[in-house]
Design a protein. Structure first.
Length: 192
């Protein structure tokens, strides 16, 4: 991604919203909420594709190549992970806008807290549902355990934390592998 299209950091976003009108703040907030909704919807579709491709891989005979299915599955998993990162970033931006609106006297702290709690709850429920339904760790390990010829690879397992904690800067619970070389752009996401 070029520097011209790279999203601004949260700290720059916070400074930028101080210079725009309340109406523009509310419009940006509405756009972010809409984007989160669409990303969650896309993740639901991708989750269905993950399930279908996983079933197709499991039903192949040893003689059949699964390379195309494996590549599709990695693409879907990477897209879900990227979307989760974007959702987390956009949620932070909504919270920053709420803070700005409170500072301007346009939003009460109690209302902001209630809205933010509900938004977090809705997002977390969806992300938990996707995580459980797609069995990311099993699928990822299935893909990574074979090479392009279907031969088993031996690799050192990644250290994991099985307490159910969330990995830093991710919505993937610790103990589940993080996909390698993931895009870290904050505001892109993959929409279907």
């Amino acid at each position: 991604m070029s520097e011209q299209t790279k999203p601004i950091e949260l700290s720059q976003f916070i400074r930028a919203i101080k210079d725009i009108s309340t109406e523009n703040c509310q419009s940006v907030k509405s756009n972010l909420e809409n984007s989160i909704s669409k990303l969650l919807e896309t993740n639901g579709i991708l989750n269905q594709e993950i399930e279908q491709v996983t079933n197709a891989i499991q039903n192949l005979t040893p003689e059949q190549s699964h390379e195309d299915l494996k590549n599709d599955l990695l693409l879907y998993l990477e897209s879900v992970d990227e979307n989760n990162q974007v959702i987390t970033n956009q949620k932070s931006r909504i919270f920053a806008i709420n803070d700005e609106l409170i500072e301007r006297g346009q939003f009460s702290s109690a209302d902001a807290e209630k809205e933010q709690t509900q938004l977090s709850k809705n997002i977390d429920e969806k992300l938990d549902q996707f995580s459980k339904n797609s069995k990311l760790a099993v699928i990822y390990n299935l893909i990574k355990s074979t090479d392009s010829n279907g031969n088993e690879k031996t690799e050192e397992p990644e250290p994991s934390n099985t307490n159910g904690d969330i990995a830093p800067e991710s919505n993937i619970p610790l103990g589940q592998p993080r996909l390698p070389e993931m895009a870290t752009e904050e505001d892109e996401g993959v929409f279907l």
